[in-house]
Design a protein around this ligand. Structure first.
Ligand code: NAD
Length: 352
């Protein structure tokens, strides 16, 4: 096969290592900022306050109202604090929800973002922002949205609960699996995707038994960077579309929905993208769908959509919404095959 691709590396500065959170002040100063507003969810407020006090005079405040799906009202409240404090950069400490708020602020102000991720969602390395207004979710892609500096410190993930580690890890792995068959993939995105899948395949089973295992935590966060980078550079297909539909229309939990759907969407595309998925299938024992399902089961992931309270009538509606706007997928999509796929995922059946 001959190669045919275009490639643009990310401009983001990635800092990775145990203890790298202690370099935050150094990085604020290095980029010439003087007033950092620290962002977090209410759940991580104390961590954000501790970080602000460590940064000392370079911090101008804490806003701890970040929440799922980046509602515009929350962004507006945070924008008031940005104005009041005269912040010249934001520091997002947390998962995808907090990173989303930082991105929403940067999209409106072009303030510099430093992200310190504490989950494996991967939003910190993408130029994509999903926000909600009046219950409607819209997605924008813009250069201002890509965070300039990402500080990955595995020690901050030691306390990520096991169940969240599992679902967040599978959420990240879904970026890699879809990246492998993306139409606009390139050799680097595919290398990153496979390396990311390997990192999670070895680390998640260890984390389940030993959540404070430093090496496994480092490996998983490394996988999160790799898989998130794939999401940030190439287009996604059926899997992300269905998860977006389920989350948007039925408010199913983000990472958990990805975790349940991944084996099914991978199996759906397995034949159509067989050469692209061959190495990944090898990592999980030979069949991509069945192998991912066995892996998910072994690490205690949720396996059925039923667990989220969805009904079979919801599946009918979800199948219709998921095929409303045409999009590219390695295997052509029609309502009936999507409905069957959803039924399998709802029942928690092992795909082939
Ligand atoms: P989250 O950020 O909503 O976090 C869930 C909860 O876990 C929060 O209360 C958070 O404070 C807490 N938490 C985070 N890290 C913790 C830790 N180490 N220890 C204990 N608690 C911790 O969850 P998420 O899955 O990271 O992010 C989901 C959101 O991110 C969704 O809204 C999704 O759409 C978005 N997302 C966006 C992109 C993108 O590229 N735009 C990519 C992935 C996810």
């Amino acid at each position: 096969m001959t190669q045919d691709f275009s490639f643009a590396g990310s401009s983001a500065q990635i800092v990775f290592g145990v203890g790298s959170r202690n370099k935050v002040a150094e990085w604020i100063a290095k980029v010439g900022c003087k007033r950092a507003l620290v962002l977090a969810t209410p759940h991580q407020k104390a961590d954000a306050e501790a970080l602000a006090s460590e940064i000392g005079s370079l911090a101008c405040g804490v806003f701890s109202g970040a929440t799922m799906h980046t509602p515009v009202e929350v962004t507006e409240a945070a924008m008031k604090v940005v104005a009041e404090t005269g912040a010249d950069c934001v520091i997002s400490l947390g998962g995808g929800s907090t990173t989303g708020l930082g991105k929403a602020i940067a999209y409106r102000t072009d303030l510099l973002q430093i992200v310190i991720p504490t989950t494996y969602a991967g939003s910190e390395v993408t130029p994509i922002l999903g926000q909600t207004e009046g219950g409607r979710k819209t997605t924008v892609r813009d250069a201002r949205i890509l965070p300039e500096i990402v500080i990955y410190d595995p020690s901050l993930t030691l306390g990520l609960p096991v169940a969240m580690s599992v679902t967040s890890g599978l959420n990240a792995m879904a970026h890699a699996v879809e990246g492998l068959y993306a139409r606009d993939r390139n050799p680097i995105s595919s290398l990153m995707a496979l390396e990311g899948l390997r990192a999670f395949a070895r680390s998640l089973p260890v984390i389940v038994n030993d959540p404070k295992n430093a090496e496994a935590r480092s490996d998983a966060l490394y996988g999160a960077w790799l898989c998130g980078s794939v999401l940030g550079t190439v287009g996604m297909a059926l899997h992300h579309k269905i998860c977006h539909t389920l989350g948007g229309s039925f408010d199913t939990p983000h990472a958990e929905t990805h975790a349940v759907m991944l084996p099914h969407t991978a199996a759906f595309n397995a034949d159509a993208a067989a050469p692209e998925l061959a190495e990944a299938a090898g990592i999980f024992g030979g069949s991509i769908g069945g192998g991912l399902w066995d892996f998910a089961k072994a690490i205690g992931a949720p396996l059925s959509l039923k667990e989220f309270g969805l009904t079979e009538a919801d599946l009918d509606r979800a199948a219709s919404v998921a095929v409303e706007n045409p999009y590219w997928n390695p295997r052509p999509i029609d309502r009936e095959s999507i409905r069957t796929l959803l039924q399998d995922a709802w029942e928690g059946r092992r795909p082939k």
